[in-house]
Design a protein around this ligand. Structure first.
Ligand SMILES: [Zn+2]
Length: 469
């Protein structure tokens, strides 16, 4: 990792996120140098410290601990924590009861959850945890060989639209000092992909980093148009990378892509190591539990429950990420004991196909939901079904009737219209539940249209799997 970037550039330019970065990185390195036994003990201590803090200072957890007759000192790392799962509906309905009374308001930072598995909710993190999470992300980046300061091109969604109109400070920091170029992909079409291609060939980035389906579409475009530069590292994140798209990215770039796992709710907590045999969750930042919910041809499907070991402002204990995983019997060839999952079966969304052949990637729709910056109180889940180029059908689950319902529906429709750059014809349907697909995935968007821009983006189609529940 570049000493200059981690000790000077980042702490000075983004102090709220990176203050104290060198010490935080040292703390993670110290953890990583421990023996397995010491690491397991340290993780248990960190978990107990967080649980004790939650019991002492968070009204909701005090009640849950008392009801279960459970204390932090009772923790066994081999058994599920005997506490209820924390869902987004808990955060939606009882956010104040989940805040730690020990945290001052000016030490809390508000964030919004991802809009891909349910409508977004706002929550809080203490500022130290924001900084710890920044250090952990840099550590996980290091597993792929990506170091702060490396030249990187990021294929991001609409929430990075800041890059469309950058001011000079932003350009100086991101593009000159950090050597990062953001390529926002609110819509993918030939014009946008060609713009990305020109930027990519000019910048010749060491690292190509982006949403899985957008990376696949870009790779497909590069393959068709010819590619002079090859990146050293390809990183896919934010949504499921199907085996089909993984093989495709490898065939185009000649290297295996790295998959990262993170969400806005808990931050970046897992990544592949160089062996590419699954994703490890870093035990310094989280304690993960795998809750079995069904069977698939690949084995049991588990809900991913995360206890965030860093956020003391609004503790997340056994938080339901909305993502499912499959596990592997084998341990990773890298020799690490860090919890390993074979595959993430999480967020999946088709893109919306536009009349001119362009596509709004599904993951961008999720980002747009988040950027609406609302705490959705009335509507807890949505699913967009594209019926035709002009017609979108919105299924939604209502938690609370009242004026908020129509306001929230309007903001969702307006937000998606802004992405498609068209006034779509909307039909609405209130439903009791939006169940998971038989594959275990939650689908934000289903397009009933023909495969979009099929000439150059065949991998955008998701793979079908059969799972019984
Ligand atoms: Zn490994």
């Amino acid at each position: 990792m570049s000493w200059l970037h981690t000790h000077l550039v980042m702490p000075l330019a983004e102090s709220d996120r990176y203050a104290g970065l060198p010490a935080r990185l040292r703390s993670i390195r110290r953890f990583e140098r421990m023996s397995e036994k010491e690491q397991r003990n340290e993780q248990k201590l960190r978990l107990q410290r967080l649980l004790q803090h939650a019991y002492d200072t968070v009204p909701y957890y005090r009640q849950q601990f008392d009801q279960a007759g459970f204390r932090a000192s009772d923790v066994s790392m081999n058994r599920p924590l005997p506490l209820p799962v924390l869902t987004r509906d808990h955060l939606r309905n009882a956010a104040a009861l989940l805040l730690s009374t020990a945290c001052k308001l000016d030490n809390l930072r508000m964030a919004a959850s991802s809009g891909t598995t349910s409508t977004p909710i706002t929550f809080y993190r203490d500022v130290d945890s924001v900084r710890d999470k920044g250090a952990l992300k840099l550590t996980l980046d290091g597993w792929s060989g990506f170091k702060a300061g490396d030249s990187v091109m990021m294929l991001w969604g609409a929430h990075r639209d800041l890059a469309m109109e950058p001011n000079w400070r932003w350009r100086l920091y991101e593009e000159v000092l950090m050597r990062q170029t953001a390529a926002p992909c609110g819509i993918i079409n030939e014009e946008i992909l060609e713009r990305f291609r020109l930027r990519y060939e000019k910048q010749r980035p060491k690292v190509l980093y982006g949403y899985s389906t957008v990376l696949a579409a870009f790779a497909s475009y590069l393959q068709e148009r010819g590619m002079r530069h090859r990146p050293e590292i390809v990183i896919a994140t934010a949504e499921v990378l199907s085996d089909q798209n993984r093989r495709f990215l490898q065939s185009v770039f000649g290297i295996k892509p790295f998959i990262y796992y993170g969400s806005r709710d808990v931050g970046m907590i897992g990544a592949e190591c160089p062996e590419h045999e699954g994703l490890h969750f870093h035990p310094w930042g989280s304690y993960v539990e795998f809750d079995p919910i069904g069977q698939s041809p690949d084995g049991t499907v588990y809900r991913l429950l995360v206890t965030d070991l860093l956020n003391y402002g609004q503790p997340f204990i056994r938080y339901d990420t909305g993502d499912c995983v499959t596990l592997t019997e084998q341990s990773c060839s890298c020799g690490s004991w860090f919890p390993l999952v074979r595959q993430i079966l999480g967020r999946v969304a088709d893109g919306i196909v536009l009349a001119d052949g362009g596509i709004v990637p599904g993951v961008t729709i999720g980002c747009q939901m988040t950027s609406l910056r609302q705490n959705f109180r009335a509507i807890s889940q949505v699913q967009v079904v594209q019926k035709s180029h002009q017609h979108l059908h919105l299924r939604y689950v209502l938690k609370e009737s009242g004026t908020a319902e129509s306001q929230e529906l309007e903001s969702i429709c307006d937000g998606i219209d802004a992405l498609t750059q068209h006034r779509m014809q909307w039909t609405l349907e209130k439903v009791a539940d939006i169940p998971r697909e038989v594959s275990g995935k939650l689908r934000l968007c289903i397009s009933e249209m023909q495969t979009p821009i099929s000439a150059y983006a065949p991998p955008l189609q998701s793979e079908k799997q059969s799972v019984s529940f």
